[in-house]
Design a protein around this ligand. Structure first.
Ligand code: AMP
Ligand code: MG
Length: 641
């Protein structure tokens, strides 16, 4: 750093505002309003927001026209016409095509040939379909009566001149473009799109697409914030990542502020890193920072400022915190600048399946994955409290537990803010034990166009979700202790088991470890328990692997037992990277990581479903996908059939 201009770190968060107070201060200082109107050509209008009502200046259609191929007639001529007594009409010497103006009147006793879309000639008041006529001498025979107005599209019947076509605030889609074009408009007045600069800060940040250096972190905030800015109706200008260097930051922030309508930074707000950015923001102009430190969890370091009429925001560095705070407090203001209503449609109602605890006095956020439940949507919390960007992979959005609620009880309604406007819950929800073999099955399902989501909760969690009908399929591997029988004994009445595959569970270790090589699991375990330096990695409660591990340990609790990740991959990674010496995982995962493997027991990994599933076709597709993926599963080291 060239210059340390940050005041003492203690100066941070002197006043922590409530969510509502922070929002009120921000809106008061900003007084958000659309930025101005611009006329945009038809071809560039999709997604833009109309700045004023649009009235039709012409009729559509502009004249009375035929809606079928046939003959323009006077209905009165055909009044007495019937099959027994057809009426003869003389043909006028013209054919009215689409786009040709008629020149002759339809006099009594005559008809004029007319094509669909052709203008109705003077004198005619109906069209007879060609199918209902026969050629006859110098004209046609018509064997039925027609009502006046039959098969005529009257002028202005689609859109009447003077009628309000489109309303201010509408987001223009193909449908609106069709309406504008139909009344001859080639442009429309729309709100100017706010140009929003998006900047990341941090010495550690590397742009996606570049090789990761040691201790580097990919700048995920930049792209995700830019995408969310675009979804809020603004144009995002991604300016990359700036190092934690006072001069570089000052230049970047000043340039961003002067050339854009709003600036969104992320990172550098937490204690310790120093409040370099916030100090620099204070230099940008009045009124400056209106909230720094908000009672949000996560998201406390959020900083909201308004400088010379433009919003300047510093979101917390952790990607999930950045998203929560952006959607909760920043997106509504940006939407108003863009001419949209503050709250987008990207919110849905759901219930929570389990108690969501929260601290009184703080607005808490929890990432959730949506599934279709017995009544409406269910919002399953995922990766609570984690700052991991990968939590986005599973989450559809987040729920907000208000500051005055101590918790959200199971079955309670919750509003879910979606991470994207087009997010919908998957057709199949698969909740339970995770196995990498599922990837092959998911691939086959996706090929059939069936969306599915897997939530790894362990076998017991999956069975609970299935019991509540919050999921469609629960992958389980649970052994009944006395009988040694897998899975079937755990089904409830009305459930059935779809046979999955078997996988070998065993002890994983780094190749060459003398405590394992040449031993059987019991021998290895004895060696490990005798070694004070041996460090294991455990598994989470409720997983089938944990049951097996506990049986093997027979009451022993070696060092590392309480380190309990929720997946085979995490166990294998911990051992491969030397954070632990051993653990229990399945063979395919051990092989992928190049670990040694001592087989302990083959376990059955099957799928519990209801006999009367919510979506029988989707479950049937899953069973078909399972059969299709047998070869792929075998290739991964699983036993099938
Ligand atoms: P900070 O607020 O700068 O102290 O950052 C808090 C945490 O978020 C640190 O672990 C940063 O590495 C991480 N972080 C900050 N900015 C980003 C970003 N743009 N993308 C991903 N992670 C980030
Ligand atoms: Mg930082």
């Amino acid at each position: 750093m060239t210059e340390l201009i940050a005041p003492a770190p203690q100066s941070q968060f002197l006043t922590v505002l409530s969510r509502d107070a922070a929002e009120a201060a921000f809106w008061k200082a900003l007084a958000p309003a659309p930025l101005g109107v611009e006329d945009v050509a038809l071809d560039a209008l999709v997604g833009r927001v109309l700045a004023s009502d649009i009235a039709a200046t012409v009729d559509a259609p502009p004249f009375d026209r035929a809606t079928v191929d046939g003959f323009a007639v006077r209905a009165a001529d055909l009044f007495d016409s019937s099959a027994a007594n057809p009426v003869h009409l003389r043909l006028n010497p013209e054919v009215i095509a689409c786009g040709s103006a008629p020149s002759l009147q339809v006099a009594p006793g005559t008809a004029t040939a007319i094509a669909t879309g052709g203008p109705i000639p003077r004198g005619a008041d109906a069209v007879v379909m060609i199918e209902h006529t026969d050629p006859e001498g110098n004209g046609i025979a018509v064997a039925r009566a027609v009502a006046p107005g039959a098969h005529i599209g009257f002028a202005g019947s689609d859109i009447a001149c003077g009628q309000t076509l489109l309303r201010k605030g509408m987001v223009i889609s193909a449908r609106e473009i069709a309406m504008l074009a139909a009344v001859g408009l080639d442009r429309a007045p729309v709100w100017r799109k706010p140009r929003v600069a998006v900047l990341s800060t941090g010495d550690e940040l590397v742009q996606p697409g570049q090789p990761l250096r040691p201790a580097g972190i990919y700048d995920s905030n930049g792209p995700v914030i830019a995408a969310a800015v675009a979804e809020a109706g603004c144009e995002a200008l991604r300016l990359g990542a700036i190092a934690d260097d006072a001069e570089a930051l000052r230049c970047a922030i000043r340039a961003a502020h002067s050339a854009h309508d709003a600036v969104i930074l992320s990172g550098g707000t937490s204690k310790g890193a120093g409040d370099l950015t916030t100090t620099l923001i204070a230099e940008l102009g009045a009124p400056g920072i209106v909230a720094h430190g908000v009672a949000l969890k996560p998201g406390k370091p959020l900083c909201l400022a308004v400088c010379e009429g433009k919003p300047v925001v510093v979101l917390p560095g952790f990607p999930t915190s950045a998203m929560f705070t952006f959607h909760e407090l920043v997106a509504p203001a940006l939407r108003v600048l863009a001419g949209l209503p503050p709250k987008g449609a990207a919110r849905v109602a759901a219930t929570v399946p389990q108690r969501l605890t929260s601290e009184l006095g703080r607005t808490e956020f929890a990432m959730v994955a949506l599934t279709k439940g017995p009544v409406g949507l269910v919002a399953h919390p995922v990766a609570k409290g984690s700052g991991a960007v990968t939590a986005f992979a599973q989450a559809d959005g987040f729920v907000t537990v208000p500051a005055l609620a101590e918790s959200l009880a199971p079955g309670n309604p919750a509003e879910v803010t979606l991470f994207g406007a087009t997010i919908t819950p998957p057709r199949l929800a698969i909740i339970g034990s995770h196995c990498i073999g599922l990837d092959a099955v998911m691939g086959c399902l996706a090929d059939q166009g069936i969306s599915a989501r897997i939530l790894a909760t362990g076998s017991q969690g999956g069975l609970s979700a299935l019991r509540r009908r919050d999921c469609d399929i629960a992958p389980i591997h649970l052994m009944q202790a006395d009988s040694g029988v897998y899975n079937r004994p755990f089904l409830l009445d009305g459930m059935r088991l779809i046979q999955g595959w078997r996988r070998m569970q065993g002890l994983v270790y780094r190749p060459g470890d003398a405590r394992f090589e040449g031993r059987d699991p019991a021998g290895a375990l004895a060696a490990l328990l005798a070694d004070p330096d041996a460090l294991m990695v455990g598994r989470n409660q409720g997983s089938g692997t944990r049951v097996l591990l506990d049986r093997l340990l027979n009451g022993a609790r070696p060092a590392g037992y309480w380190n309990q990740p929720a997946s085979h991959n995490a166990v294998a990674a911990a051992v491969a990277q030397g954070r632990a010496d051993w653990g229990m995982a399945i063979q395919p995962v051990a092989e992928t990581q190049g670990l040694g493997f001592l087989p302990v027991a083959e376990e059955h990994y099957d799928f519990a479903v209801w006999q009367d599933p919510r979506d029988p076709d989707a479950v049937a597709a899953f069973e078909a996908a399972l059969i299709q993926s047998a070869a792929a599963l075998r290739a991964c080291g699983f036993s099938v059939g």
